[in-house]
Design a protein around this ligand. Structure first.
Ligand code: ATP
Length: 131
């Protein structure tokens, strides 16, 4: 049976991180979590630091993204992110160090709390994707 797919591109200023025809994409847009399948209504949304879950042929893959935009068209999803990494690209130690650094900054209540919280979220997403 023919199953329709939707094309997903994830790009950063540095490189193309992901480009595949997939069954479904689950992520967090400005208004909350969305699941995107072929023929989804067109949509543009800013993207916070989050995890993009991709389902394809019964497999699931996760990509950590930070900041940027999500554009949905019926047959194409484009994520333009400040950074994006698949599980194998993530340096777990680096993410762990970033998490500890951010936690220290949050607890010391010095400096930019918003920035520290954003760094904490990025590191936690990376650790979750890296497993
Ligand atoms: P750090 O404090 O470790 O630099 P960060 O959250 O500030 O973390 P970003 O500014 O989000 O880092 O990313 C800068 C660049 O480094 C991006 O290209 C991103 O893909 C890459 N990067 C950041 N953390 C990791 C990691 N743990 N593993 C692999 N690449 C990473």
């Amino acid at each position: 049976m023919f199953m329709s797919k939707i094309h997903l591109d994830i790009v950063t200023p540095e490189k193309k991180v992901y480009s595949e025809d997939v069954d479904m994409i689950i992520t967090r847009a400005a208004n909350g979590d969305i699941g995107i399948m072929p023929k989804h209504a067109p949509l543009v949304s800013p993207l916070q630091a989050t995890i993009v879950r991709v389902k394809n042929d019964g497999q699931e893959e996760e990509i950590a993204v930070s900041g940027g935009f999500l554009e949905v068209r019926p047959d194409q999803v484009t994520i333009l992110a400040e950074s994006a990494e698949t599980a194998s690209e993530i340096d777990k130690n680096r993410a762990l160090q970033a998490k500890e650094r951010a936690e220290k900054r949050i607890h010391s209540a010095e400096g930019d709390l918003i920035r520290a919280e954003a760094a904490l979220l990025r590191s936690m997403n990376r650790l979750r994707v890296a497993k």
